[in-house]
Write a protein that binds this ligand. Structure first.
Ligand SMILES: NC(=O)c1ccc[n+]([C@@H]2O[C@H](COP(=O)([O-])OP(=O)(O)OC[C@H]3O[C@@H](n4cnc5c(N)ncnc54)[C@H](OP(=O)(O)O)[C@@H]3O)[C@@H](O)[C@H]2O)c1
Length: 217
């Protein structure tokens, strides 16, 4: 097993090759967090500068591949790269949201998810919905801890093996993996983003909504 002592001093037990499709905010901040954790990250864009990586280069590089593009772009992009994505873990951080009168609304019908559309577009890939709940700036915190506790990162994974890889990735960032079931439950993560963003925009404390497990039931 490869290990590396990263800049932050954390020991990343598994060095992962990660490809990021997209060069925007999430690519920069999640990519930065993963590099700090010691991983080997390649970011690719649709209009690479001379010598820069293309989307296909980045997909080829990653045993894990993050789709850091708009929600409506992710399924067709996955279809374009389905040959490369086969056999890889595909991370979906997208939020299919549009503004509504009382806060953000889902752009897709209830029960559907972008994650499932990506899985249908790239049937050989193991899709994991994750990293969609926090603003990109959170991934610049080193470590992302709040009130003395590591940030919990929920994820829904198409397969247990893909879930284990993503759990290891989350742990390497100094966060706590929070498994939330299979891809059939990804619509709940996408809806949770709509709900939480609405609470935050209204000035509420989304973090304060949930009790500790002992008081939960
Ligand atoms: N930002 C956040 O706080 C946050 C939090 C949670 C989830 N997310 C989700 O993460 C995803 C990325 O968000 P972001 O904030 O990083 O967006 P962003 O800064 O706007 O970056 C989007 C990236 O997608 C690329 N792109 C757009 N259309 C494309 C196409 N047709 N083909 C290939 N690439 C295309 C853009 O390329 P160009 O530069 O060439 O236009 C850009 O590199 C979104 O789905 C969003 O819902 C964002």
């Amino acid at each position: 097993m490869d290990t590396v002592r990263c800049a932050s001093g954390r020991l990343a037990s598994i060095v992962m090759r990660i490809g990021i499709l997209g060069t925007g905010n999430m690519a920069a901040t999640l990519g930065g967090a993963w590099r700090r954790a010691g991983h080997d990250v390649l970011v690719g864009g649709r209009n690479p500068a001379s010598g820069g990586a293309t989307l296909r280069d980045a997909a080829t590089h990653g045993e894990l591949v993050l789709l850091a593009v708009p929600a409506q772009v992710a399924p067709p992009l996955a279809a374009d790269l389905a040959d490369v994505l086969a056999g890889r873990v595909v991370l979906d951080c997208t939020n299919p949201l549009e503004p509504g009168p009382d806060g953000p609304m889902l752009m897709i019908p209830p029960g559907e998810s972008v994650a499932a559309r990506i899985a249908a577009a790239a049937p050989g890939a193991a899709v994991v919905k994750a990293f969609n709940l926090c603003h990109d700036s959170i991934w610049t915190l080193d470590p992302p801890h709040f009130e003395g506790l590591p940030l919990a990162v929920p994820y829904c994974a198409a397969t247990p093996e893909a879930g284990e890889r993503v759990a290891a990735l989350i742990a390497s960032m100094g966060c706590t993996p929070a498994p939330c079931g299979g891809l059939a439950r990804a619509p709940y993560l996408e809806a949770t983003a709509a709900l939480a963003i609405g609470v935050w925009f209204a000035g509420g404390r989304a973090r304060a909504i949930f009790p500790e497990p002992a008081q939960a039931t």
